[in-house]
Design a protein around this ligand. Structure first.
Ligand code: UDP
Length: 459
């Protein structure tokens, strides 16, 4: 773990408080907590405001002050099964409780250090008006990759150009305005409200444009062209200060307890032999997809570490049946856990590849450990990340036809056994080196972090 270098302005920062407001989703809480730790190590006092839904275990962070707000979700609404709907509801419900919380915190100013700014997850677009009302600068943190943020920003354009209603025969075509994305990669997130994603994205874009700066968990050596473009598009200074996990691990903010048996099992496997399979915290498989994954694993001769989190397949009774038969068939070659200590797993010498859904945190964690990827994206930014992993960065292979056995088996062979896979492995290892350099003192991410601190101190 790298130290967070340089504390030259520590004195100035004493007496400055920052409010951070994460969205209540696993892939968003982790990086916001990491960002909070990074800024705390730089001398800022940290206040975290969070919703009751997916609330954060405060006992793990005695160095932060927490405020919990009512989110107004009814029992049946408190679920991540429709993220677009959830976030639109929360943006409506939280206006009043968050406004009251902010007013209380700001009125503390007589006795406590001043609050310099509000750092929001970009999903919280409603905060813009409160920032204006309380004259509090807002920095927006986009938890996705920069290339994904750009693709989301272009959704309304893609809709206008008719790209969202392309026939199946044209889905493999490249998008002229956004190479190398293909029509099938457009990151529409399905919701029970058909226009929900457009409302969410245009609100995020407006609030990004009004923000005093944009923060990304990424690094310049990976996303330089996209960073330049988004700075122009949003007309805000951008700070690519990642990968955050080089400063602080994400695992303490895990909403589920990681099963350490994964590491004990890995300790018994040969170097670079194991494929780690995990589709993150929000993806759901249908039973046919689950059978396809199980059958790829059962038919292989390789060892697999497989995360089958509760709820991965909605009909759990049938899944249990599938897994019982499956486990007998594969004996000790496959280890299944509910939830893995993912960063530790990826850092383990036995890991040879990561079969992933291409969530941004998982992608970054894999690059940080130099592990090449087999990408099976499902929706949203996973489509963009996996396209860039395959076509631009060339540090993994994307399965193009969905969860279909034959193609996945072939992709695994290419990655694990062939010359192409060797080159991919070398490339991801060279990005690992670049990450080490950019998070060292004087590296690009450290410079951006200093830029961010200077920006905060200028408020
Ligand atoms: N994760 C984990 N254990 C698991 C599966 C996932 O700790 O068994 C963590 C993973 O390390 C990552 C996060 O959950 O930090 C998933 O975030 P990502 O952006 O990859 O995907 P999402 O869950 O948001 O789809």
């Amino acid at each position: 773990m790298e130290a967070v270098h340089g504390n030259s302005n520590l004195e100035t920062k004493k007496g400055k408080r920052l409010i951070l407001f994460p969205a209540p989703l696993q892939g968003h809480i982790n990086p916001v907590i990491q960002l909070a730790n990074i800024l705390h190590a730089k001398g800022f006092d940290i206040i975290i405001v969070h919703t009751k839904f997916n609330s954060i275990d405060q006992s793990k962070y005695p160095h932060f002050t927490f405020h919990s707000i009512q989110d107004g979700l009814l029992e049946h609404e408190a679920s991540t099964s429709d993220v677009v709907d959830l976030m639109i509801k929360l943006n409506g419900n939280c206006v009043q409780p968050f406004g009251e919380c902010l007013a209380n915190l700001l009125s503390d100013g007589q006795t406590k250090p001043v609050i310099s700014c509000l750092i929001i997850d970009s999903f919280w677009y409603f905060t813009r008006e409160l920032g204006d009302r309380f004259k509090l600068p807002i920095l927006a943190f986009r938890t996705v990759s920069v290339c994904s943020a750009l693709a989301f920003n272009s959704l309304l354009l893609f809709q206008k150009l008719g790209y969202l209603s392309k026939p199946d025969s044209e889905l493999e075509e490249e998008i002229p305005e956004f190479p190398p994305l293909r029509m099938k990669d457009i990151p529409v997130i399905k919701s029970r409200y058909p226009d929900g994603i457009f409302k969410l994205i245009s609100s995020i874009l407006e609030s990004n444009r009004a923000a005093s700066g944009l923060i990304f968990n990424s690094f310049r050596e990976l996303e330089e062209p996209a960073l330049t473009k988004i700075s122009q598009e949003c007309q805000s200074p951008t700070f690519a200060i990642g990968p955050f996990l080089k400063y602080f691990p994400a695992s303490p903010s895990s909403l589920m307890e990681p099963d350490q048996s994964a590491i004990h099992w890995l300790n018994k496997q040969a170097p670079k032999s194991v494929i780690y399979v995990s589709f993150g915290s929000t993806v759901h498989l249908n039973e046919a997809q689950m059978s396809e994954v199980a059958s790829v694993i059962a038919n292989s001769v390789r060892p697999f570490l497989w995360v089958v989190r509760p709820g991965l397949v909605r009909n759990s009774f049938r899944v249990e049946n599938l897994l019982n038969g499956f486990l007998e068939a594969v004996n000790r070659r496959v280890h299944i856990v509910n939830w893995a200590p993912q960063q530790e797993v990826l850092a383990h010498p036995a890991i040879g590849g990561f079969w992933t859904h291409s969530g941004w945190n998982s992608t970054l964690e894999s690059i940080c450990e130099g592990v090449p990827m087999i990408c099976s994206p499902f929706y949203g930014d996973q489509l963009i990340n996996s396209r860039f992993v395959n076509d631009v960065w060339k540090i993994g292979l994307r399965v193009e036809k969905g969860l279909v056995k034959g193609e996945i088996e072939r992709v695994i062979e290419r990655l694990m056994d062939e010359k192409e896979g060797k080159e991919i492995r070398e490339r991801v290892l060279s990005y690992k080196e670049k990450i080490n350099a950019c998070t060292e003192e004087g590296g690009s991410s450290q410079q951006s972090l200093q830029g961010l601190i200077d920006r905060i101190l200028s408020f």
